[in-house]
Design a protein around this ligand. Structure first.
Ligand SMILES: NC(=O)c1ccc[n+]([C@@H]2O[C@H](COP(=O)([O-])OP(=O)(O)OC[C@H]3O[C@@H](n4cnc5c(N)ncnc54)[C@H](OP(=O)(O)O)[C@@H]3O)[C@@H](O)[C@H]2O)c1
Length: 300
């Protein structure tokens, strides 16, 4: 599996496994451990979490599985996020859905994540969403403390536009290392509004969330989905891919920005299909055909 150098001493696997839906998979901790081991054996060593996934339960489910074989911790990179506050049975003190990027909240959230994931350190912590109430100096204080204490190695953001990235970066004594963005052939916003260009300018590899549009490409009856499925089917036949999912992954992987798709399925056959997509080459015509069918018109 190809690896992406994030810093001089941290690399991510080109494909990342996302745990947002872990609580829907209704697995025993032994099943989750088997899934983790399957990923590691196939070279997927980077796992994407957030404090809020599964209404604050998914990190704990993963941690219980990891605790069955703690030696695996050194073979993986753990990414998690903070900054969204959700009302939840697990957090009765939360009154409303809002964002909190205060120093106190970031530090408390990381301490919970460490406990839930049953680990001493997080490889990369992301601010989950840009917070209109963000105090860059306070975030910098929290990040610096967490780094000095060895609780978090590196930091990044998610869903940040260029001005939000630049504001936060201006307060930090070290570089942000990634921006996790919604990137798929179905959702082109970050391709079109310059956000992906910011990553390229900063030489930062982006992580792609919902690379299959959360499954919408396969199920939706929207005109865009129908049009895109037709084009993906044509390209699938041309390149000999086994499914539309592989063409969607290949479309991201063939882009020059070193995009790291986050796989959202817990099914090993779907994970294996994503891995096989690493070998699929799309030519320029095919890449633009997919783009234009999603846009619904030709490029100008
Ligand atoms: N930073 C953020 O704001 C943010 C937001 C959302 C997600 N994320 C991260 O990104 C990860 C991936 O997101 P995602 O789960 O939305 O990814 P996704 O791969 O776009 O969507 C996964 C969904 O698509 C379905 N699917 C996959 N292959 C399929 C196929 N061949 N045919 C039909 N359905 C198929 C899956 O069903 P099955 O379960 O049946 O396979 C699952 O329900 C998350 O786990 C999380 O780590 C981050």
């Amino acid at each position: 599996m190809q690896r992406i150098e994030m810093t001089s001493d941290l690399s991510f696997s080109r494909l990342v496994h996302g745990l947002w839906r872990l609580d829907d998979w209704n697995q025993s901790k032994e099943d989750t451990l088997a899934l983790i081991e399957h990923n590691l054996e196939r070279g997927i060593t980077t796992f994407d979490h957030a404090d809020i996934y599964g209404s604050y339960t998914c990190e704990g489910l993963f941690g219980e599985a990891l605790n069955l074989k703690p030696s695996l911790r050194e073979e993986m990179e753990l990414v998690t996020k903070c900054g969204i506050v959700l009302p939840s049975e697990q957090r009765p003190q939360h009154k409303t859905h809002h964002y909190n990027t205060s120093k106190e909240h970031i530090i408390k959230s990381v301490e919970n994540s460490l406990q839930n994931l049953q680990t001493d350190y997080i490889d990369t912590l992301l601010i989950h969403r840009p917070d209109p109430f963000m105090n860059g100096a306070e975030v910098a204080e929290a990040f610096t403390k967490l780094k000095e204490e060895g609780k978090v190695r590196y930091f990044g953001v998610s869903n940040f536009k260029d001005h939000q990235w630049n504001m936060l970066q201006s307060f930090l004594p070290f570089d942000l290392i990634t921006n996790q963005l919604e990137l798929s052939a179905y959702n082109l916003e970050n391709f079109e509004d310059g956000t992906l260009n910011l990553c390229q300018e900063k030489r930062v590899a982006p992580m792609a969330w919902s690379p299959l549009a959360g499954g919408d490409v396969f199920h939706s009856d929207s005109e865009k989905a129908v049009r895109l499925r037709d084009t993906l089917t044509k390209v699938q036949q041309e390149v000999g891919a086994k499914g539309l999912d592989q063409v969607l992954y290949a479309w991201l992987l063939n882009h020059p920005a070193n995009i790291m798709p986050i796989i959202g399925s817990g099914k090993t056959k779907r994970i294996d299909a994503a891995i096989d997509a690493l070998d699929i080459k799309l030519d320029h015509d095919q890449w633009f055909e997919v783009l234009q069918s999603s846009m619904g018109h030709d490029v100008p």
